[in-house]
Design a protein around this ligand. Structure first.
Ligand code: SAM
Ligand code: F3S
Length: 465
């Protein structure tokens, strides 16, 4: 459909559930609707004439919320019949047409790989063509169709690959987002350069399984994540690079070398392990043992001493007894996971192999284990936070602090939020902050050196003791 036909105008409200990938997708949906359909993003659903729910189906709870939220939105439509309601993301991908059967007032069902088509789909609904469903997986077409991402502050996400081909036995992602597919190396670099020219200093390379990145290169070869990190770090203006989420399999030597050789790569690694029991890892089809995971961590620590580690755990997976759970607690104590962890009670997802396993552990027992695990993780995280008191950390000033508009906020290389007094003119600069206090979810400190404007990334002016 020609672009002019898509110019529908109006206001769009997007609500997002789930992972960073979904947050990123929501921003891109707003970008494409603004550019091609002259729609402005609003943050109150009552104001909007297009309501989009960007859904997550990784766990049962999120999926349950979808229809209750849609029910609420139906009342807006009853009041203003021109309102269009759309379901995007992984629930859309998984349920497809079935959403229209259960909620016939829904006008759009759009999967994670086709949201660039939203402008033409909205135009079709407005033209009276009825409900539109598109949950196909057209290879990489999405990125060629999306406009340049909007820049909001000095940090940005850059999606480098899509989908997942790991098929862990518990996970719906390979079914909802499709198999792994990487964006070309040159396209990613061009996007990063564009972001840097507009003031971005830190990029997070994003992918469901980001270290499976294999970006086609001009010479017919392909680039892995290590090479991509090196190239992104060399872009003028970029002072810090992160990536998420990685998988222990395919964590190759190039990536470990990037920790050794690329100072812009943050002192942080989020590497999901899911369980400390070999038996459970096998049932999960993770493709590695506990010892292999620990060896990998050891090699990363040798390449980057002091790196902060984060992970994901699933508690109460079928087959996990008290002994296997105890092995998970022991792994936490051995590794420490100073940067914390996301931990979840296992939730059987229809269509995944694990959903067929018998699961005798009562829900209350899973909740109790989850609580024990979270207490242990929190103990390590707080201990590590206290260990930062007295150290000097390099912080990218992201903006005013959320709690106190007179203070600034940013993150350490190891991904801790730090609040400190300072002038908002420092936004977008790296500053050295001496840490003075550790609170439950943030650190406090004072600026001791600021980046010397106009000089290289590493020049600092000492301002205080
Ligand atoms: N790519 C990542 C990896 O290497 O494992 C994970 C992406 S997944 C969308 C995010 C996290 O959700 C997983 O690490 C896992 O801990 C959790 N998760 C996935 N499926 C789950 C399920 N059925 N029940 C509970 N938690 C689940
Ligand atoms: Fe899910 Fe495993 Fe991929 S957790 S996203 S299938 S690496």
């Amino acid at each position: 459909m020609p672009r002019a036909a898509n110019r529908v105008s109006g206001k769009v409200y997007i609500e997002t559930q789930g992972c960073q990938m979904n947050e990123y997708d929501a921003g891109r949906m707003a970008d494409v609707l603004s550019k091609q359909a002259a729609m402005r993003r609003v943050y109150e659903p009552e104001e909007a004439d297009l309501l989009l729910l960007n859904t997550c189906s990784v766990r049962e709870k999120a999926q349950e919320k979808v229809f209750s939220r849609l029910g609420r939105w139906r009342t807006y439509k009853q009041r203003s019949p021109g309102v269009i309601i759309g379901v995007c993301g992984c629930v859309a991908s998984q349920e497809g047409d079935a959403i229209l059967k259960r909620a016939p007032y829904v006008d759009l069902v759009v999967g994670p790989q086709t949201y660039h088509r939203l402008p033409s789909m909205v135009a079709a609904v407005r033209a009276g063509a009825g409900a539109q469903v598109d949950i196909s997986f057209p290879e990489i077409e999405k990125f060629d169709s999306l406009p340049e991402p909007k820049v909001q502050g000095p940090t940005a996400y850059v999606s480098v690959m899509e989908g997942c081909s790991k098929y862990c036995s518990f996970c719906v992602v390979p079914y909802t987002r499709g198999d792994e597919i990487s964006r070309p190396f040159a396209d990613v670099l061009a996007e990063v350069k564009g972001l840097a020219e507009r003031g971005v200093r830190e990029v997070t390379l994003l992918g469901q399984n980001v270290n499976a990145y294999a970006g086609p290169m001009g010479d017919g070869g392909s680039a892995d994540l290590g090479l991509l990190i090196e190239a992104v770090a060399a872009v003028d203006g970029i002072g810090r690079v992160r990536f998420t989420t990685s998988h222990p399999v395919e964590f190759n030597d190039d990536l470990i070398e990037a920790y050794r050789d690329v100072p812009e790569l943050a002192d942080f690694l989020h590497l999901p392990v899911q369980s400390g029991s070999d038996m459970v890892l096998k049932l999960m089809k993770r493709g590695h043992s506990v010892a292999e995971y620990e060896e990998l961590i050891e090699r990363v620590r040798q390449a980057r001493p002091g790196i902060a580690l984060a992970t994901d755990f699933i508690v109460g997976f079928p087959g996990e007894g008290e002994r296997e759970f105890a092995e998970t607690l022991e792994l936490v104590d051995r590794i420490g996971f100073e940067a914390g962890a996301f931990s979840f009670a296992y939730s059987a997802r229809p269509g995944t192999p694990a959903a067929e396993l018998t699961d005798p552990t009562p829900r209350a027992e899973k909740s109790a284990r989850l609580q024990r695990l979270q207490n242990r993780l929190e103990w390590h995280r707080e201990r590590a936070a206290r260990g930062l008191i007295g150290t000097t950390q390099r912080i990218l000033v992201e903006g005013a602090s959320r709690r106190n508009a007179h203070e600034l906020s940013g993150r350490t290389s190891c991904n801790r939020v730090v609040n400190f007094p300072g002038d908002i003119k420092l936004q977008g600069q790296f500053v050295n902050v001496q840490i003075e206090d550790a609170r439950s979810h943030s650190l406090r400190g004072k600026v001791v050196a600021t980046e010397f404007e106009g000089k290289s990334k590493t020049s600092f002016v000492v301002t205080d003791g």
